[in-house]
Design a protein around this ligand. Sequence first.
Ligand code: ADP
Ligand code: MG
Length: 624
Amino acid sequence: MTDTAGRETLGFQTEVRQLLQLMIHSLYSNKEIFLRELISNASDAADKLRFESLASPDLLKDDTDLKIRIGFDDVAGTITVADNGIGMSRDELIQNLGTIARSGTAEFLQQMTGDEKKDARLIGQFGVGFYSAFIVADRVEVLTRKAGLDSSDAVRWESDGQGEFTIEAADSAARGTTVTLHLKDAEKEFLDAFRLESLIRRYSDHIAFPVLLENPSADADEAKAVNSATALWTRPRTDIDDDEYKEFYKHLSHDFADPLIWSHNRVEGKREYTSLLFIPSNAPFDLWNREAPKGLKLYVQRVFIMDDAEQFLPLYLRFVKGVVDSADLPLNVSRELLQRNPELDAMRGALTRRALDMIGKLAGDAEKYASFWTEFGQTMKEGLIEDQQNRDKLLKLLRFATTKSESAAQDQSLDDYLSRMVEGQDKIYYLLGESHETVRSSPHLEQLREKGFEVLLLSDRIDPWVVEHLNEYEGKSFQDIGRGQFTLPDSDDESSQAGENDEHKAFLEKIRESLKDRVETVNVSQRLVDSPACVVVNDQDLTPQLRRMLEASGQELPESKPILEINVKHPLVSRLSGEGDDTKFTELSNIVLDHALLAEGAQLDNPADYVRRMNKFLLDLERS
Ligand code: ADP
Ligand code: MG
């Protein structure tokens, strides 16, 4: 819709409308972050222009000192944030300030609960950006001219944040962007030089461009430089305090929460670069979205080159945020060139080790590490599959729920486990299952638990894959107690499984015969105490968890039968062994098998058959 003045009215994308509403509601107690976001955009715009001017120096014209100017007017009730950066064309303006381009946004917005605290955290993970201006302003104007375009191509954007915005040609404008906030009546407190200056300092001290505060009562050229205008990572570590690192992280990640830890390093010698890596407190909403932006912000000789350079860290460390500033890469490096650059492998290797060392350091703080593991534990487990080179470092960082931990929390390390190993124990035991509850109450654990052996309880979706890569730790191999032959470490030859099998040979043969269509074989178990039976898989077979997942994803798998293990000390099994009637023997052995399958969370192939058998058995019980 275009009016007579040539002003076009457009609607915000649905997601923008939702975000605007949620944001104004839930971020009220963090409202001053609008300044951080606008300064951050201005600094990005300056970064982009500097980058583009490498190839086209003309873009800078005679306005070569990139800077950010902040002004306020207490009569008009406005704050302006102006930059002489890259600016926006009309189309870019409509695209950038009318839509959200991130995939998964709609799903993300659906997670909002209406609970202010929770939503604030969620929005923090999403990043609020430009739209945060509407937390304090009831009208926002943007005047912009893209570098390289004529002053007649300047555009004006305006909105009250209610659902629509207008766009029109502007008379003229300098290169770059000026954002003017018309503050809500209740937000006039921001029109104060002292307040503004302290906020600006907090949000801009680490930015590489000068940020000037213009006082309305003074001349424009008396504007005061508020920040030191040196990029934070270029300063020596000892000169930077924790708050500055935290603010820089927030600028970089748009997060609200402080980072858990960071690592700032300068590498000199053959290869020269500086890296500053952060671990966020919370996982981003799209950690599991393949298309989500990930990677480090890349600078070459302090010139911003690109966001989300994925090549510097492996995929499983996609939650690490940070900056890498290389002295050696060419300024015109592109994503394609990065992929082919042999230098990069070495940098990637070194940065990966740095990140893992930083996480290792975090592990020294049990509380922080527990929260790290809750957020990123699943992602870290991918590392065992993806990054064999750092296996040893990664194994140390893993945390598990075990039979000796009180809750379902994954808070025990392999070192914790080793320190509790029982005399004579030479293996690290684990058990896979569908859920923490199923594994924790699995019959497979009974003997081990009784004898004081600890077992790692694995129920994450990724665990069946992870265990394929757990070979050994500190000279101890891993053993899945849900599969294969199992003999307790303190057994002598006679009480070994083979010995016990010999002793009950005839009985076992009889069960094997009656269950031959359903099981591979039947053995006497060394795992059980209270349960009559359990099923285990052959060493060569897929774990039932993996099998179920692969089947669910539509894969055809060759049939495989489980092994039934029986507890010869259990009354039900004694009863079976004393059963003279062949039909009843078959029925009861089937029930024993059905129950073993159910206990490990499996689905019965023929539940109706089971119910029929069970009903009959119960009736017989009553009669006898
Ligand atoms: P983000 O900065 O995370 O991309 P924002 O909501 O802050 O998200 O901004 C959206 C987009 O609007 C930016 O990516 C940028 O393209 C554009 N933009 C915002 N402010 C400016 C500015 N001052 N100069 C040029 N472009 C800008
Ligand atoms: Mg932004």
